[in-house]
Design a protein around this ligand. Structure first.
Ligand code: GDG
Length: 462
């Protein structure tokens, strides 16, 4: 795919800077998004604005891989209120329709406004004339309007990585109007799925009585183009890693360590209550109980990467999952051969790729997920053309990956059936479906996604 040549300077804003601390200083964080955006920023003389991850870090701007990184300080109290509170304990469950008693607080909202103001002020100070400013995700939804008020020469794009909920849910938020107004400060507003776009248009119509024609919303004098831009992965990179000799060796080693079972079922998720890990474990247990799965032939590996450990709902979720793993292993394991291998760890990416290759059935069963890159990585890693993906209809990836075994994870019987369909699938059918998945993923990688977003943004300047 030929990248659209963007010549205007690009400034990216995200809650976190795309770096992590290593023994030798800062290094780019892993992940396709960072790998796709950093070279673009370098080539256009761009900048990335975000938090270093350390409280009260007043660090001066610094350069990593030729890209200037501009830290925005966030205090200890703001981390609690803006980040863990409003963003991760308020917006995250609401946007993933994880209904629970509301705990919205004005203190959290005030901190959210204050941090968003700080981002907008920083962007207004540093964005070169006529720059393209690309803002990412739910922590920064007020920044587009705040930035537009300070700088009307820049083009503003925003991409939401998580779902945008239906109005009936969104309207629970006391500051729903402010959020919609904030986002309408954009020239281009991108969502993962067409459903996110239509949900947002409905919210803007209800709350602000805006005019919406196809993909353009008019509010006062400003026009915002809206649309779906499904994110992807660095397909070449995953394929190359999967093809390496070290990965093949590691894959065989993993299979042997697991006792050479007939079928390895695999789950890889951040340990988040939206990912449906518990229901997946229960479905696995029910199939062992009914004898449809056999601990001597079927083994599960669940990687649950630590995340947001300071938020209580995440601690509760971890306890529940670990209790379930303990119960299931207690009942069905044999000495030296657990039926579930559970890793509460962040693994190196090459180890993850070896696990993807070893996994015969990949279980991706979130209740709601913006996209889910694990599903795409699994298919890209299966260069052998085999393997089955069980995928929740509620993941954005389900729009594209229609050759997966699609399932409603809220329906426990359907989930058990989907697992059995995958486990028993005939080789010919497995290969046909995997070919379909891999063809689909090759059509659009993360570079293509970024090029497309920036291309449309360039053309959407008001
Ligand atoms: C948000 C949205 C959307 C996981 N464990 C390890 C590890 N990972 C990597 C995976 C994958 C990424 O983390 C997870 O991405 P997901 O897309 O599955 O989920 P979120 O973190 O919730 O991401 C989501 C995404 O943003 C992008 O827009 O798709 O819907 O929720 O790349 O490989 N990586 C390593 N070790 C691990 O243990 N190295």
């Amino acid at each position: 795919m030929n990248p659209v040549p963007i010549t205007r300077p690009i400034v990216v804003a995200a809650n976190r800077l795309p770096v992590m601390r290593t023994a030798d200083g800062w290094a780019p964080s892993p992940g396709g998004l960072v790998r796709a955006l950093l070279p673009m920023l370098r080539d256009t003389g761009g900048t990335w604005v975000g938090w270093t991850g350390n409280p009260d870090d007043e660090a001066e701007p610094f350069v990593v891989e030729g890209v200037e990184l501009h830290p925005v300080p966030i205090s200890e109290e703001e981390i609690e209120l803006y980040y863990e509170g409003f963003s991760n304990d308020g917006l995250w469950p609401l946007y993933h329709d994880a209904l629970r008693e509301s705990t919205y607080s004005a203190d959290q909202w005030d901190a959210y406004v204050a941090v968003n103001e700080r981002f907008a002020t920083t962007l207004a100070e540093i964005a070169p004339p006529d720059a393209m400013v690309w803002i990412h995700d739910y922590q920064l939804q007020l920044v587009p309007k705040m930035l537009r008020e300070r700088r009307d020469d820049v083009t503003i794009g925003f991409f939401l990585h998580i779902p945008f909920p239906p109005y009936e849910l969104f309207s629970r938020l006391p500051w729903r109007t402010e959020i919609v107004e904030g986002l309408l400060g954009c020239d281009l507003l991108g969502f993962q799925r067409p459903m996110g776009t239509s949900n947002f248009i409905a919210a803007a119509q209800q709350l602000l009585h805006v005019d919406a024609h196809h993909d353009v919303i008019e509010n006062a004098d400003h026009r915002t183009r809206v649309g779906a831009f499904p994110i992807s992965i660095d397909v070449d990179d995953v394929e190359a890693m999967a093809a390496g000799r070290a990965t093949r060796q590691r894959m065989s080693q993993i299979r042997a360590r697991l006792g050479d079972p007939e079928v390895i079922l695999l789950g890889v998720d951040r340990l988040d209550y939206t990912k449906g890990i518990g229901l997946r474990l229960k479905a696995f247990a029910a199939l062992l109980e009914s004898g449809q799965l056999d601990p001597e032939r079927h083994v599960m590996v669940q990687v649950a990467t630590p995340t947001r450990e300071a938020v209580e709902h995440y601690q509760d979720e971890r306890h529940q999952i670990e209790r379930l793993v303990g119960e299931i292993n207690g009942r069905y394991s044999r000495i030296g051969l657990p039926v579930i291998h559970y890793l509460y760890q962040s693994l190196p990416f090459d180890e993850l790729i070896a696990l993807y290759r070893a996994g015969d059935v990949m279980l991706v069963t979130p209740f709601r997920d913006g996209m889910n890159l694990v599903a795409k990585e699994y298919a890209a890693a299966h260069i052998d053309g085999d393997g089955v993906l069980v995928l929740s209809e509620f993941a954005g990836a389900a729009d594209e990956l229609t050759d997966a075994v699609l399932v409603n994870p809220h329906d426990d019987e359907a989930l058990q059936q989907a697992i059995m369909t995958a486990v028993e699938m005939h080789r010919h059918e497995r290969r046909k479906r995997m070919e379909g998945l891999r063809n689909q993923i090759r059509k659009s990688d993360v570079q293509g996604w970024a090029d497309r977003f920036l291309g449309v943004m360039d053309a959407s300047a008001n």
